[in-house]
Design a protein around this ligand. Structure first.
Ligand SMILES: Nc1ncnc2c1ncn2[C@@H]1O[C@H](COP(=O)(O)OP(=O)(O)O)[C@@H](O)[C@H]1O
Ligand SMILES: [Mg+2]
Length: 382
C-alpha cells in the first residue's frame, strides 16, 4: 500500500458529544476505512462550546482561546488514533478537520452577508501532529454563493452510490441531512431539519442526561398531534432548493414558543412528539424528493436510536431502510471518513463540493492547507 494515500478525518458535529476520527485510504478508485477512534470532549470544554454557539458578551476573548484549545484537542485525537494503529505521522498525507461549528448563517436563511464559522485552529493541529492539515472547508462554498453545507454528499456518492439503485443516505447528527443518489449520479443533498438535537436538548433539560438512549423515553410517551402540527409549521420545512440549518433554528426557545399555546404536556409525550417530528421531517424530504427513492441508508448517531429508526421505518415503507453498515461503513464513522475524503480531494486539486447540493456558482476545491513540519533550512526567511 502506498502510505501517502492515508488521510485522517476529524469530525465534531453540533451534538458536541465527542470528536470522531477516521483513518481512511483514499485513491481515485475507492476509499477504505482502516481505523477509527472516538475521543472525549471534557464537560467544561463542551460548556464553553455551547456558550459560544449563541450570541453573547466578550465573544472574541472567549473564541480565541477556545479555538486554540479545540485545535489541541483535535491534534490529541489524531495522535491517539495513530498510536492505536501503529502508523506514524509520516505515513499520513493530510488531516481533514471539519472544526466545531459555532455559527451557521447560510444564504437560504435570508442572511444578507451569509457566513459560517468552524473553530479548532488548524495551525495548532499541524504544529502538534506534524501532519499537513486541511481545514475551513465550508467558507469557500459560502464565498461562491453556496450554503456551505452539506459537504458529505460527495463522499456519500463515492462510497454508497450503486448502478441500478436509487438511494437516499441520511445522516442523523445534531441536524439531519440527506443525499439523493440516482444510480451513480449525485442528484441533490440538503439539511432536512433536526436530527438528534431537539431530542438531546429536551432530555438534557428534563433528565439531565446527554441523550435518550435508544429512544426509550420517547417510546414510552404518546405523540401529541396538536404539538406535532405546531412543530410542522417551522418555516424551514417549507423551503425548497439548496438549504441548510442549525441549532440557530431548532432549539428549546423555539420549542417553548410552540408549547405556549398548548395545555401542560407530560415531558415524555413532548419527547415522543419530538421524535415523531424528527422522523417525519426526514421521511417527508425523502418522499417528496425530485427522484423516487427505493433504498434509504442511515448514518450518524441517530442510527443507534431504535425508536427513531422504528418511526422512520413506518413512515418510509415500503422503501428499504437500513444503516450504512449494510453498505460497509459503520454509521458513526461516515462523517469523519467524509472529511478524510475531503482532505484527499483538496490535496489532489479536486472539487469537494457540488453546486447541485450547495447552490454555489460552481464546484470548488475546498479548504485551506496548513503544511506540516519545519521548513528546510534553505527556504527559511532570512
Ligand atoms: N444509543 C443511542 N440512542 C439514542 N441516541 C443515540 C445513541 N447513540 C448516539 N445517539 C445520538 O447521536 C448523537 C451523536 O451523533 P453524531 O452523529 O455524533 O452527531 P454530530 O455529528 O452532531 O456530533 C448523540 O448526541 C445522540 O443523540
Ligand atoms: Mg458527534
Amino acid at each position: 500500500m502506498a502510505a501517502r494515500e492515508l488521510y485522517v478525518g476529524i469530525m465534531s458535529g453540533t451534538s458536541i458529544d465527542a470528536v470522531d476520527t477516521a483513518l481512511v485510504r483514499c485513491t481515485r478508485r475507492d476509499c477504505e476505512l482502516l481505523a477509527t477512534l472516538e475521543h472525549p470532549i471534557a464537560p467544561e470544554l463542551r460548556g464553553d462550546i455551547v456558550a459560544i454557539s449563541q450570541p453573547g458578551d466578550d465573544e472574541i476573548e472567549r473564541l480565541g482561546p477556545l479555538d486554540r484549545k479545540l485545535g489541541a484537542l483535535f491534534a490529541d485525537a489524531v495522535l491517539t488514533l495513530l498510536a492505536h494503529t501503529g502508523y506514524d505521522k509520516g505515513d499520513i498525507a493530510a488531516v481533514g478537520s471539519h472544526g466545531q461549528t459555532v455559527r451557521h448563517r447560510p444564504p437560504s436563511a435570508g442572511n444578507r452577508t451569509p457566513f459560517t464559522l468552524q473553530i479548532g485552529d488548524p495551525n495548532t493541529i499541524a504544529e502538534l501532529t506534524g501532519i499537513t492539515t486541511v481545514a475551513d472547508f465550508r467558507r469557500r462554498d459560502i464565498a461562491a454563493a453556496g450554503e456551505g453545507a452539506p459537504l458529505a454528499p460527495g463522499f456519500h456518492a463515492a462510497a454508497f452510490a450503486h448502478k441500478g439503485k436509487s438511494r437516499a443516505v441520511v445522516n442523523i447528527g445534531g441536524i439531519a441531512n440527506i443525499t439523493l443518489l440516482s444510480e451513480t449520479r449525485l442528484v441533490s443533498g440538503f439539511d432536512t431539519g433536526p436530527g438528534n438535537t431537539l431530542l438531546d436538548q429536551w432530555t438534557r433539560r428534563h433528565n439531565g442526561l446527554a441523550y435518550d438512549r435508544d429512544g426509550q423515553w420517547a417510546a414510552e410517551g404518546e405523540v401529541n398531534t396538536a404539538l406535532l402540527e405546531q412543530l410542522r409549521r417551522h418555516p424551514y420545512l417549507a423551503r425548497r432548493g439548496p438549504r441548510s440549518t442549525g441549532k440557530e433554528a431548532f432549539n428549546l426557545a423555539w420549542l417553548q414558543s410552540c408549547l405556549l399555546s398548548l395545555p401542560e404536556l407530560e415531558p415524555r409525550d413532548v419527547q415522543a412528539t419530538l421524535a415523531e417530528f424528527t422522523a417525519d421531517s426526514i421521511a417527508g424530504a425523502i418522499i417528496s424528493a425530485e427522484t423516487a427513492v427505493d433504498e434509504v441508508y442511515v448514518c450518524g448517531g441517530g442510527a443507534r436510536n431504535t425508536d427513531l429508526m422504528r418511526r422512520l421505518y413506518r413512515l418510509l415503507a415500503p422503501r428499504h431502510l437500513d444503516t450504512t453498515a449494510a453498505l460497509g461503513i459503520d454509521p458513526e464513522w461516515v462523517e469523519a471518513a467524509a472529511f478524510a475524503w475531503l482532505a484527499w480531494r483538496t490535496m489532489s486539486g479536486l472539487a469537494g463540493s457540488s453546486a447541485a447540493v450547495t447552490g454555489a456558482r460552481g464546484a470548488r476545491v475546498l479548504g485551506a492547507i496548513h503544511p506540516a513540519g519545519e521548513v528546510p533550512g534553505n527556504s527559511a526567511v532570512r
